[in-house]
Ligand binder design. Structure first.
Ligand SMILES: [Zn+2]
Length: 443
């Protein structure tokens, strides 16, 4: 039998929207980066049980361990679930995490789906008896924040500004130190899943410091088009990891307090691509048609305050001079002010909160000069860019899982047209009330 001809490798176009100096620095860093020979990842290397927070996980098995965020004898220690999928043979250790900010749901949802039977059962992509290396999945780091629907820890601090932490410092610094010790310091790669802050939404994008070779490789392995070359903020997990030469990327998709299916889909697609690229799971990673490496995004801000009416959303490909939003003020009827795209580009983030004040961000904009065609060739009928991985059916929901059932019964608690009203205060505690549209909602 004739040997099968290897399929020609699909070429990915790289669209640099980076300054020449930065582009050269990245090329130099990548040229200087030697692929390490890691004998401990060799198939024949010794591979034994692993230990996570005093619990033992045998090769080829998975186990959920509760890691306390605070080492305390009294009071709440804030245990969070960490699932360790310890493979059957040697390989890297990777930490996939969500919910560093408690109100960002893309990461928690992605991790939860990855840990479902659809992925971890025998023969499925994350079947531990088929994995090489060790995958740590942490659906939510800031569980206390999540419980109170807040980005912050209960002491009001942002965990992502306190890494690598201090076990004797503030509450949040202690959490940073504890997670650094158990989840990050010994990882071979970190994928940190986020969403935009309150009142905004991000299109799926990866942020990485591209002169850090390991992070550069990881960013490309994720398999999506938009990669922002950005210096990590002080105290961020990304910064601490790079300082310890651990490859790290931040994925951004969707917004706080919303569950954005497209962003979750792209995140799952990306995580599986990373695991495939690292040869930790079976299969070939999916590659985008092109990659856009970009720096120098800018924020479009409202010049006036009032009611913001957005004509485009995150992911829209926009042209210079296009009106992307108007601002009006019900207190001063009859006057509207347009917000116009300053140049051609991609709206990578957009406001979702219509209440705006002068100076508030309306859009996060990626100016694109040379490569608009790459973007405009890949848009939907609303002018939104179609991200690699966003178009497939939700991988966690197979068609045969969708049952159609008839529901019979009587309406109760109000007609179909009843509306949910805002939260009402009852004796200082909050509860959602369901009111009939014909009734006056209580203030
Ligand atoms: Zn975040």
């Amino acid at each position: 039998m004739a040997a099968k001809k290897p399929k020609a490798k699909k070429k990915i176009r790289v669209a640099h929207e980076l300054p020449r100096k930065r582009k050269n620095a990245i090329q130099e860093a990548m040229a200087a980066h030697k692929l390490e020979d890691r004998p401990e990842w060799d198939r024949t290397a010794k591979w034994t049980s692993t230990r996570f927070y005093r619990k033992i996980i045998k090769p080829g098995t998975m186990r959920t361990v509760h890691l306390p965020l605070l080492e305390t004898d009294l009071g709440d220690s804030w245990p969070i679930p960490v699932t360790i999928l310890h493979g059957i043979r040697p390989g890297p250790v990777i930490t996939i995490l969500g919910g560093v900010h408690g109100d960002e749901l893309t990461g928690p949802s992605t991790c939860t789906h990855l840990l479902s039977n659809m992925f971890t059962d025998e023969g499925k992509p994350l079947d531990p008896s088929q994995i090489a290396g060790t995958i740590r999945i942490v659906p939510i780091v800031n569980l206390p924040g999540y419980r109170s629907k807040s980005r912050y820890f209960p002491d009001g601090r942002d965990l992502n500004r306190h890494f690598p932490g201090d076990p004797k410092g503030s509450t949040t610094k202690r959490v940073a130190a504890q997670t650094w010790k158990y989840l990050f310091h010994d990882a071979d790669a970190i994928v940190d899943l986020h969403s935009a802050g309150k009142g905004r939404s991000n299109m799926p994008q990866v942020r990485a410091y591209l002169t850090h070779a390991g992070s550069n490789i990881l960013a490309k392995a994720f398999g999506i088009e938009i990669i922002l070359d950005s210096k990590p903020p002080s105290g961020s997990l990304r910064k601490a990891a790079i300082e310890h030469d651990i490859p790290v990327i931040t994925y951004e998709g969707g917004g706080a307090n919303v569950l954005d299916h497209e962003s979750v889909k792209v995140a799952m697609h990306g995580v599986l691509n990373v695991l495939r690229s690292f040869r930790m799971i079976d299969g070939n990673p999916h590659r985008p048609r092109f990659r856009m490496l970009a720096s120098g995004s800018h924020w479009l801000r409202a010049g006036e305050g009032g009611l913001l009416d957005m004509f485009v959303s995150a992911g829209s490909v926009i042209r210079e001079g296009e009106v992307i939003a108007t601002i009006s003020d019900p207190g001063t009827p009859g006057i509207t002010v347009d917000i116009v795209a300053p140049e051609d580009g991609l709206l990578i983030g957009a406001a979702t909160n219509p209440f705006t004040a002068a100076g508030m961000p309306v859009g996060h904009f990626l100016p694109v000069s040379k490569h608009m065609k790459l973007l405009s060739d890949q848009i939907d009928s609303n002018g939104r860019f179609l991200v690699c991985g966003s178009q497939s059916n939700p991988v966690w929901r197979e068609e045969h899982d969708v049952d159609e059932v008839a529901v019979e019964g009587n309406w109760s608690g109000g007609s179909v047209d009843s509306e949910w009203t805002i939260t009402k205060e009852i004796n200082g505690s909050q509860s959602d009330v369901f009111s009939h549209d014909e009734e006056e909602a209580e203030a």
